[in-house]
Write a protein that binds this ligand. Structure first.
Ligand code: KIV
Length: 298
């Protein structure tokens, strides 16, 4: 029985009006935890460029980086649908390259779908990747790979022309064959209209309450990354504070020798303990010519 959430399940969830949950993950341990909680989809987002690699945008992330992280997540997640971001310049140059790169994320990274940013300018690329039997998720609104073209990480679709263009882009992507669209940082009213106009689910991040589902960057929602926290983030836990407290405690205990305790140590067989006493007493004969060793134990 296939318990995995699939592109088809996204569509069924929309019909049933069941909200879809998606979170990012970039490694085995976190993917395993999130998967066990029952999230429907895990996005291996190129946000890893910022929250894992420490760059100030996603532009530096390479396909090799993505494959590495997708593989790690795939080993941890058994139930969620895995969606891998296509990084900057891996789908912009030619359709052939785009299909090959999407294929590598599926074949080597073991994801079930890819996500790419952009609207009408990506329609033919979406068709080509979907034509290779790879499900594609769209991404509209604030598309972080366009940070320079957009003039920063800003809310999108705020005037009439831009709002209309966003609605058209969403319809064009649906027509091109994407199974869902991430809509990032747009006014709630606009996101509501787009969600209602489309037959495919709209997964919001900073797009308000009426989307078919929500996605958050796991480091943001757990308080593990605070270089920049957008208004739309809800921090469900402050693991950053937990880490600082635990590490502070560890440093203190190592310094004052209260860690490790007896329960953390391994013991030796009694006869070997005797041998170590002999080594310390200088009466043990080593089977070596190493003069430094001899001088150390004598
Ligand atoms: O890269 C990412 O994590 C994303 C989400 C913000 C949707 O694209």
């Amino acid at each position: 029985m296939n318990l995995r959430f699939t592109a088809q399940s996204f569509l069924e969830a929309k019909v049933k009006k069941e909200k879809i949950t998606m979170l990012t993950a970039y490694d085995y341990a976190m993917a395993k935890l999130i998967d066990a909680c029952g999230v429907e989809a895990i996005l291996i987002g190129d946000s890893l460029g910022m929250v894992v690699q420490g760059y100030d945008s996603t532009l530096e992330v390479t396909l090799e980086d993505m494959i590495y992280h997708c593989k790690s997540v795939a080993r941890g997640a058994k139930r969620a649908m895995l969606i891998g971001d296509m990084p900057f310049l891996t789908y912009h140059i030619s359709m052939t390259e785009a299909v090959r790169n999407a294929g590598r994320l599926v074949q080597e990274g073991k994801v079930h779908a890819v996500k790419l940013e952009g609207g009408r300018e990506r329609a033919e690329t979406v068709k080509a990747i979907v034509g290779a039997q790879i499900p594609v998720m769209g991404h509209l609104g604030l598309t972080p790979q366009s940070v320079h073209a957009l003039g920063g990480f800003k809310v999108q679709g705020k005037d009439e022309v831009k709002a209309k263009a966003l609605i058209e882009d969403a319809l064009i992507l649906e027509e091109a064959g994407v199974f869902a669209i991430v809509l990032e940082a747009v006014p709630e009213e606009l996101a509501k209209v787009i969600t209602e106009k489309l037959h495919i689910p709209v997964i919001g991040i900073g797009a308000g309450r009426y989307c078919d589902g929500q996605v958050l960057v796991i480091h943001d929602m757990l308080g593990l990354y605070n270089d920049f926290t957008p208004k739309f983030v809800k921090q469900y836990a402050d693991l950053g504070a937990c880490v600082k407290e635990a590490v502070g405690h560890y440093i203190k205990e190592v310094k004052n020798q209260s860690f490790p305790e007896e329960k953390h140590v391994f013991s030796m067989d009694h006869n070997l303990v005797k041998m170590l006493d002999d080594v310390q007493g200088g009466s043990y004969e080593f089977n070596t010519n190493c003069t430094r060793l001899k001088s150390l134990v004598r």
